[in-house]
Design a protein around this ligand. Structure first.
Ligand code: MG
Length: 221
């Protein structure tokens, strides 16, 4: 079973997008970072949502805008304080996400809100797949057709169901809320004119071009 995404016309309205930092063993190894003992969370604003095929706008304030391929979880109903075992029944499905990040601004600010929150910095799509086991999915990113990230969700430090348990113990999750589950190794910069693709097994390919702010304004975006 599959559901179309409804982001481009604004019909898809999560109350929040909860994202997880450093959640792949292979990425922690790449960065020489210790494996965290609990998920590190941050929020992206729903105003950053973007559909498949729409342009990511490169903000003039940043000189280093990165892709991050991520599995996105879409919540089905209102939940609070549920266990990992209860989580699957409350998940609508899964889609591809790009946790677009202004890496230079992330370093300057020392926290992540500005770097992660520009309009168009949360592409999702191309569809919500409902019959998928999120614990064993190949996840890939390609920049202009060249593979940059290639891993599997079994490399996650905290799997999807443990993330739902952890997050629902902090905040009520509402229907349509989105959880971004972290990125594998190989993140890097995108330039204006580039095409970035995120592909996950049994979900599909999320494809977006990078546009300059001026170009986008002229096209009425
Ligand atoms: Mg990320």
């Amino acid at each position: 079973m599959e559901r179309p995404m409804e982001t481009s016309s604004g019909l898809f309205h999560p109350s929040k997008i909860v994202a997880v930092g450093l959640n792949y063993f292979d990425h922690a190894k790449e960065l020489n970072m210790p494996v965290p003992d609990h998920p590190i969370l941050f929020l992206k604003p729903p105003t950053g949502l973007l559909g498949d095929g729409q342009p990511i706008v490169h903000p003039a304030q940043s000189r280093e805008v990165h892709y991050e391929a991520e599995l996105a979880v879409v919540i089905k109903d209102r939940v609070r304080n549920i266990s990992a075992a209860e989580a699957p029944a409350h998940i609508l499905g899964y889609t591809c996400a790009n946790d677009v990040t202004a890496r230079d601004l992330q370093k300057i600010d020392g926290q992540w809100t500005r770097a992660k929150s520009f309009d168009t910095f949360c592409p999702l799509g191309p569809r919500i797949a409902t019959d998928v086991d999120p614990r064993n999915l190949n996840i890939v990113s390609r920049l202009n057709g060249v593979t940059r990230q290639a891993s599997n969700t079994r490399e996650m430090i905290f799997d999807v169901f443990r993330l739902v348990e952890f997050i629902s113990g902090i905040m009520t999750l509402l229907p349509g809320d989105v959880i971004l589950t972290g990125t594998p190794p190989g993140v890097g910069p995108m330039k204006i004119g580039d095409t970035i693709e995120i592909e996950i097994d049994h979900i599909g390919v999320l494809r977006n071009k990078i546009a300059g702010a001026e170009e986008n304004r002229q096209s009425g975006g």
